[in-house]
Design a protein around this ligand. Structure first.
Ligand SMILES: [Zn+2]
Length: 729
């Protein structure tokens, strides 16, 4: 007798009727159930609860019972029970109260502690009673199991459809379902063009960001189909955002593939759901070429690979980045040998050309510490470039051989298949022959048809055999001439392609990435470079650091010594000419000039030509004029005429003069009877002898050879008089 369970103590407390429907649709359509739930109120009335003390909690209509989160009505019910206000808890069945065993058992526990009864359509239970609690527990478990089975059944159907690739899933923009549930390209040509542009641009640039940029630069919009709400199904044109373009590139459906299990859904403690991406290797079903697509499956795979490589520039690993425009060859493949972080590239402009420096600045960026290390890029790049050229020769041959083997393996594989096809045709022809032979020749009707069949089979056999031989011939041709030549020419062509200045830096770097995994740098006394090649091989080499610019600019000591020596005989301008004749060049590989010589002279504190000449006792024009009692103009004139030896010492052809030691000059004069100046030798006995052979023992300029060479007695010489060879002692 269930009514016996209701005691006056229970009646002193209130009765709570909990009403719930799982979905809004059930609320609308399943009104019968809702009515039945409300009808429970009458049961409470019959048990003796007054109407005003029966509380109806129906704010959870349209909410699932699989968890308590978000169910305000259920939470209120639990709190009322816990506060001891409830004498009776009513629900149409246990599943209305909770589909979750944990929630349900908690409610039973609270009811037993607070002394509340539980009532459902089948009866009334006292949770304090063991048998009742056992039954309630079972009912709760069954309710949860029911939900599970329902879900499992639905999911099983879904998985089955997915396995065949027939499960209808919301298609991305650019693909639509036809009425017969076949997925096709969106008939809207504009949408198609936009999607195609994304794939084409990515193919060309290799970067999703570049694709986004193109859309922005060209002022293009990207289609977006509204999924929910009042404008469901409408097409909007929006700005091409980076995440959207990435979604398109990552979505295998654009390659015509059916994929199930790309994301996994988890329930969070607050009842919300979160979705996580599943790695490519764990996708549940991947069926390529199920429907029409914008790209091929191979293209999709290659795009994925490129995107993954680009993404390595971000995130935790940061081992690599996408190839960029700059000339730094190993950009994006560098690891710091000191701290293990990824290194970045800085460029300095030297003579209008960007020169890379590899920098490890992770610590600096993250925590404001000092830059870990800097490595001059040009040296490393040159070494890597040389390594690559060195590797390419044998590697190409190996690759060529591997490809050859691969192709041959394929041929044997397909050859076996094709041969089977021929064997089958042979068997069928034989069968037809035997059938024909067995028949009674008098039975013309049957014999004719069997003969026709035999003929047909023979024809098929002939065709199959011809096709088989043709294929074999074709494939042999393919490997022997064309492929082999192409593969081998690659090795020879590589250095030319690599050094071709018209090849873009990006392309060169892409080639490099095919062969090199990463490069680790340590800037110690020498630059240590560890190269990890694809396939696991490693190379290590040490490079000398480039000289500091101050030392590069410094003129070599031998050049300085040469200049020092030359300055004894020549002025700056002449020194430059001599050096250039010798083929010497400055550090910038330019010819020397007067200014450069002057600069070097000053920098290395070499004595200038003037000081050297003065040190040898040479006099200025002024000094000479005082000594000889003539004007400086006369001195200049004498020097021009070759009577004095002059030595230019500067840029303006200013000169110093050798003092006259062994002879004097008597000034001439102009006027009606002009008199040329006269040289008067003051020879010693020794010099007089030599004087007969060479005038004054001094060499004269060739142009002055006809000039009077020897002294003439002062005042007696005329303009055309012959020089007197007599010397004065
Ligand atoms: Zn570092």
């Amino acid at each position: 007798m269930p009514e016996l369970k209701v005691t006056p103590q229970h009646l002193e407390h209130d009765a709570y009727l909990y009403i719930r429907q799982s979905t809004p649709r059930q609320v609308l359509e399943n009104t019968e159930s809702t009515q039945r739930q409300y009808a429970l109120r009458d049961r409470a009335l019959a048990l003796g609860w007054p109407l005003e003390r029966i509380h109806v909690l129906d704010c959870d209509l349209g909410k699932s019972g699989s968890q308590s989160a978000g169910r305000d009505g259920f939470q209120k019910l639990v709190s009322e029970v816990a506060l001891g206000k409830a004498g009776l808890v009513m629900g149409l069945e246990v599943s209305r109260l909770a589909r979750n065993s944990a929630d349900w058992h908690r409610l039973i526990e609270l009811c037993s502690l607070a002394g509340a009864l539980i009532l459902d359509e089948d009866g009334i239970y006292d949770p304090a009673n063991f048998n009742d609690r056992l039954l309630l527990g079972l009912k709760g478990t069954m309710s949860e199991a029911e939900l599970h089975f329902l879900k499992a059944r639905m999911r099983g159907g879904m998985i089955n459809k997915a396995r065949r690739g027939e499960l209808e899933m919301r298609p991305p923009v650019g693909l639509v379902y036809r009425d017969d549930s076949v997925l096709i390209l969106d008939p809207d040509a504009e949408v198609q063009a936009a999607i195609r542009l994304v794939f084409e641009t990515f193919d060309r640039t290799g970067s999703a960001m570049q694709t986004v940029k193109l859309f922005h630069e060209q002022g293009l919009r990207f289609p977006r189909r509204i999924r929910t709400g009042v404008s469901k199904g409408e097409l909007h044109w929006v700005r091409a955002a980076h995440p959207r373009i990435l979604q398109v590139l990552h979505n295998p459906r654009y390659a015509g593939a059916f994929v199930y299990g790309r994301v996994r859904t988890h329930r969070l403690p607050d009842g919300k759901h979160s979705t996580t991406k599943v790695p490519r290797s764990e996708w549940q079903f991947v069926i390529p070429e199920v429907h029409a697509g914008y790209i091929t499956w191979e293209q999709f795979e290659s795009n994925k690979k490129r995107l993954a490589e680009n993404a390595l520039g971000f995130g935790g690993a940061r081992k690599a980045g996408p190839v960029r425009e700059g000339p730094a060859l190993v950009q994006g493949r560098l690891i710091c040998g000191v701290c293990g972080e990824r290194m970045s590239v800085h460029y300095n402009i030297v003579h209008g050309q960007p020169v890379p420096t590899y920098v490890c600045q992770e610590a600096s960026v993250r925590s404001g510490e000092k830059v870990c290390q800097r490595v001059p890029g040009a040296v490393v790049d040159q070494a890597i470039s040389d390594l690559l050229l060195e590797l390419m020769e044998p590697m190409t041959l190996e690759v060529a051989l591997a490809v050859q083997q691969e192709v041959e393996a394929r041929i044997t594989e397909t050859d076996a298949l094709r041969r089977k096809h021929v064997e089958r045709a042979q068997y069928e022809a034989e069968l037809a022959r035997r059938r024909y032979m067995k028949v009674d020749p008098d039975n013309r009707l049957v014999a004719d048809s069997l003969e026709a069949e035999w003929n047909n089979k023979l024809r098929i056999l002939g065709e199959t055999q011809a096709e088989y031989e043709q294929q074999i011939h074709k494939q042999r041709l393919l490997i022997d001439s064309q492929t082999r030549r192409q593969l081998i020419s690659l090795a020879a062509e590589f250095p030319r392609i690599w050094n071709d200045p018209s090849v873009e830096h990006r392309e060169r770097k892409r080639i490099l990435r095919l062969l090199i995994e990463d490069v680790t740098l340590i800037n110690a006394e020498m630059i240590q470079v560890h190269v990890r090649l694809r396939g696991g091989a490693t190379r290590t080499f040490r490079l000398a650091k480039p000289l500091p610019i101050a030392q590069i600019r410094k003129t070599k000591p031998e050049v300085v010594a040469e200049i020092d020596a030359l300055l004894h005989r020549y002025c700056d301008r002449e020194v430059a000419e001599v050096l250039n004749r010798q083929g010497r060049r400055t550090w910038q590989n330019e010819p020397f000039n007067l200014k450069k010589i002057a600069h070097i002279r000053q920098a290395f504190h070499l004595k200038c030509r003037y000081d050297r000449l003065r040190a040898r006792g040479l006099l200025t024009a002024k000094e000479m004029s005082v000594r000889h009692g003539v004007t400086t103009t006369t001195i200049n004139a004498w020097a021009r005429e070759g009577r004095l030896r002059k030595h230019p010492y500067d840029n303006a052809w200013r000169c110093l003069y050798e003092p006259l030691e062994e002879h004097a000059i008597v000034k001439g004069h102009g006027g009606r009877r002009p008199i040329q100046p006269t040289d008067i030798h003051r020879c010693t006995r020794e010099t007089r002898c030599s004087m007969k052979r060479t005038p004054c023992g001094r060499d004269r300029r060739p142009g002055r050879a006809t000039r009077p060479r020897h002294s003439e007695r002062a005042g007696r010489g005329t303009a055309d008089s012959k020089p007197d060879r007599r010397c004065r002692a």
